[in-house]
Structure formats: structure tokens, C-alpha cells
Write a protein that binds this ligand. Structure first.
Ligand SMILES: Cc1cc2nc3c(=O)[nH]c(=O)nc-3n(C[C@H](O)[C@H](O)[C@H](O)COP(=O)(O)OP(=O)(O)OC[C@H]3O[C@@H](n4cnc5c(N)ncnc54)[C@H](O)[C@@H]3O)c2cc1C
Length: 390
């Protein structure tokens, strides 16, 4: 049997290795358009590669829950650890986030590629797949018995993923749900240049445009960072997929920043009053709780009105206008849904023996190793299906 895997990234390599381990006689070729495979993995986790998480469950994923369930059902954290161990990778646990023991992404790539080499997986680099027809012929030349689309999405095109997969899907008449960037910095309408570089621990709330209701759509707590275009940090990245989906529909969602998550409005008011009573003047009344530049900004914005200042400390309103886009994004939201796949399977309905893995599917995870976890799991799942269907 001849199998082609298009895309030498995380899911593609996991698929190739699983196929060859199951049956060494399967002829597996990985087509990679860059000069070497797994380039994106080197950039993950700030070069440390957060490759999975001890706590894996559906709640950490957005998108098509049927697909998420299909993959996670067979690939939990224990299976992930078994896979890494089979590659010879020792794992380090950092508060649930799993990394290679060396904390160096290059070790993950080395171990994946050395296993692929040992198993005689053919890897064709500098080999961009332009076309795939319904007879599973690649670039009008080589025909395969099964093909796996592991091309990734549109996020981080500098690592090889600039959306080729969607063109291939369109040509095969395979529908996919609208795509947007996710896990990316958020742009705001307000000019925050004077706050650029200020880091703080806080909570970021996401609300619908013109929302007078108190309940946010979502919120995230953690370290945030003001930038010249808006707001960054893990909580902002976690909410960015929703922001991107809303702004793509023409909405301007609201963000509220809480700088004092453990204090109530009354506490902040009392604190400010105490500072005034102690004779502190102007934005000095905020210097004991906020960065000075931030204090000056909030004081000036509210022209010294104590009640308004307290409200902004608890819930500074911002308007999201979009995100930094695919170039800065870690993942793509949207993609092929379960309606285009056979039940509990990653095989397409329209083209028999065509499978889809990784980010091309309508699944995206939150920060914490969930996207790579899904990539490994979906690659392994596709390989098992190919073997069962052979
Ligand atoms: C900066 C950054 C940091 C990240 N950090 C983490 C992290 O720490 N933890 C985590 O879980 N996730 C992280 N991610 C997300 C994670 O890397 C991806 O979700 C995952 O790699 C997706 O796997 P994939 O197999 O779908 O595609 P990819 O790993 O993106 O691989 C797709 C491959 O297909 C190739 N390709 C594309 N088009 C063609 C074509 N036409 N012909 C041939 N080959 C082609 C590409 O060159 C690429 O090598 C990060 C992403 C980025 C950009």
C-alpha cells in the first residue's frame, strides 16, 4: 500500500511513524514544501515545545466537538506520554504543561525525525503539493492508495502554513467552516501607546458590542501586557479566537480589564479615599496599586473623579477592533467539520481514502500544549484508520 502524507509537521510525522510501526511494508511518503520538516515545532512554546498537558479534556478545545471527542477518546495524556516515551523522549511536567525534559524543542524534532528515518519513512522536502485529485493523484503525477492532508492551517505562514490546504479542499469540493486566527494579540480602538510595555496581573473580560448585561461571554485571568496596538499576554491570546470571529462578522466586541481581581469596588473606593485622606494628590492616589504610567493614564482619563477612577481600576473598558492576524497567530480557528467526515472517523465522505489531521480540522485548543496534543492524536488516529481500512 502507498500512502502520501501532505505536510511534514506534527500530525504528519505522528501519522507516518504510526503507519510504519504498524506495518513496515506500507510505503509512506511525506511531502513537505519547506527545506526541512517540523520547522514550526522548533518555534513552539518559545522554543521549548509545550507538547501536551497532563489534563486533557474537551473543555480545552473550541470547534467541532464530535471530532474532538473522536480524537481524544483514543488519545489522552497517558497515550501521549506513551507516544513520547516510544520516541525516547523524556518528559518534564511544569504545572501540568508537558515539555521535553531538555526544555528544548529541537530534541522533539530530532527524536521524531530519527524515528521516521529508522522506520524508512520517505520525506520529500522542498516538495510543495499544488494539486490533489479525487483519484488521489498528487501534482498530476504520483497516485496513492491513501492520502492524509496534514498541511496545517493559515496561522504562522513563516513556518510553511499559508493556507494551501484550503485550496486543495476547495478543488475536491470539501466544505470547511469559516477560518480566523486564534491565540494571537488583540488590537483595540483606544490608543494605548503611552501604556506600551506595562505588564500586570489582571482579568480580561469579553463582552458583546453594546452589552449592558453584567455577564461576560468569557473571561481569562493572568499576566497581561499593553502594547502600542492593544493588549497581549496569555489571557488576551485565549480570548482572541472569539474576538476574531466577532470582528469578522463586523462586530466590535468590548473588553474590560480588571487590575485588582481580588478587590471589590468598595475596597478600591476605600483605598482611594484613604490615600486622599493621607494627603496624596493627583495620580499619586493610585501609585500604591498600579504602575505609575497606568495610574497617570486612568487619573487623566477620568479628570480626577474618584468614583470613575475606581470603576476603571475594576473594569477599564476597551473596544476590540480585531487581532494581529495570521502572521502572529499560533493557530487557525475553523476548518473541516464532522459533516464532511465519516462518523467517528477522520476520513472524508466525498473522497474515499482521504484523511484530514491537525489544524486543517475545525478544532483549536487553548494555550497549554492542547494544539500539539490534538495534532499528535489526530495523526495517530488517521494512521490507525488507514490500517483498519486496508
Ligand atoms: C509560534 C508558535 C508557537 C506555538 N506553540 C505551541 C505550543 O507550545 N504548544 C502547542 O500545543 N501548540 C503550539 N503551537 C501550535 C502548534 O504548533 C500547531 O497547532 C501544530 O503544529 C499543528 O500541527 P499540524 O500537523 O496541523 O500542522 P503543522 O505542524 O503546521 O505542519 C504543517 C506542515 O505542512 C507543510 N505544508 C503546508 N503546505 C504544504 C504544501 N502545499 N505541500 C507540502 N507541505 C506543505 C508546512 O510547511 C508544515 O511543515 C504554536 C504555534 C506557533 C506558530
Amino acid at each position: 500500500m502507498k500512502v502520501a502524507i501532505i505536510g511534514g509537521g506534527a500530525s504528519g510525522l505522528a501519522c507516518a511513524i504510526t503507519l510504519k510501526r504498524a506495518d513496515e511494508n506500507i510505503d509512506v511518503t511525506v511531502f513537505e514544501k519547506l527545506d526541512r520538516p517540523c520547522k514550526k515545532i522548533l518555534a513552539t512554546g518559545n522554543g521549548r515545545c509545550n507538547l501536551s498537558n497532563f489534563v486533557v479534556s474537551e473543555e480545552y478545545y473550541n470547534g467541532d466537538h464530535e471530532i474532538i471527542h473522536t480524537v481524544l477518546d483514543e488519545f489522552d495524556a497517558v497515550e501521549a506520554l506513551r507516544f513520547f516515551s516510544s520516541l525516547g523522549l523524556k518528559i518534564r511536567d511544569e504545572e501540568g504543561r508537558l515539555y521535553p525534559y531538555s526544555m528544548n524543542a529541537s530534541n522533539v524534532v530530532t527524536m521524531l525525525l530519527s524515528e521516521a528515518k529508522r522506520l524508512k519513512v520517505k520525506i520529500r522536502t522542498d516538495c510543495k503539493v499544488e494539486t490533489l485529485d479525487s483519484k488521489l493523484k498528487i501534482n498530476g503525477k504520483d497516485r496513492f492508495d491513501a492520502v492524509v492532508l496534514s498541511l496545517g492551517g493559515k496561522a504562522a505562514p513563516q513556518h510553511g502554513t499559508d493556507g494551501d490546504g484550503y485550496k486543495i479542499l476547495k478543488n475536491l469540493d470539501i466544505r470547511y467552516n469559516p477560518i480566523t486566527p486564534a491565540l494571537v494579540q488583540i488590537k483595540t480602538k483606544e490608543d494605548l501607546k503611552e501604556l506600551k510595555g506595562i505588564r500586570f496581573k489582571g482579568v480580561l473580560f469579553l463582552r458583546e458590542e453594546n452589552d449592558n448585561d453584567d455577564s461576560p461571554i468569557k473571561f481569562q485571568e493572568g499576566e497581561l501586557l499593553f502594547t502600542d496596538y492593544g493588549i497581549s499576554g496569555i489571557p488576551a491570546m485565549q480570548l482572541s479566537g472569539d474576538v476574531a470571529q466577532m470582528t469578522a462578522k463586523g462586530e466590535q466586541p468590548l473588553l474590560n480589564v480588571c487590575f485588582t481581581p481580588d478587590l471589590g469596588l468598595k475596597d478600591v473606593n476605600r483605598y482611594l479615599q484613604d490615600q486622599l485622606d493621607a494627603g496624596r494628590k493627583g495620580s499619586e492616589i493610585l501609585y500604591g496599586i498600579l504602575n505609575e504610567k497606568l495610574a497617570d493614564y486612568i487619573y487623566k482619563k477620568n479628570k480626577g473623579d474618584i468614583n470613575k477612577i475606581a470603576l476603571d481600576v475594576m473594569s477599564l473598558p476597551l473596544t476590540a477592533t480585531g487581532t494581529k492576524g495570521y502572521r502572529d497567530a499560533q493557530v487557525t480557528r475553523g476548518g473541516v467539520g464532522s459533516d464532511e467526515l465519516n462518523e467517528h472517523s477522520l476520513q472524508t465522505k466525498k473522497v474515499p481514502n482521504l484523511y484530514i489531521t491537525g489544524e486543517l480540522l475545525d478544532v483549536d485548543g487553548t494555550c497549554g500544549g492542547y494544539n500539539l496534543h490534538f495534532a499528535w492524536g489526530s495523526g495517530i488516529k488517521a494512521a490507525k484508520e488507514i490500517i483498519n481500512n486496508a
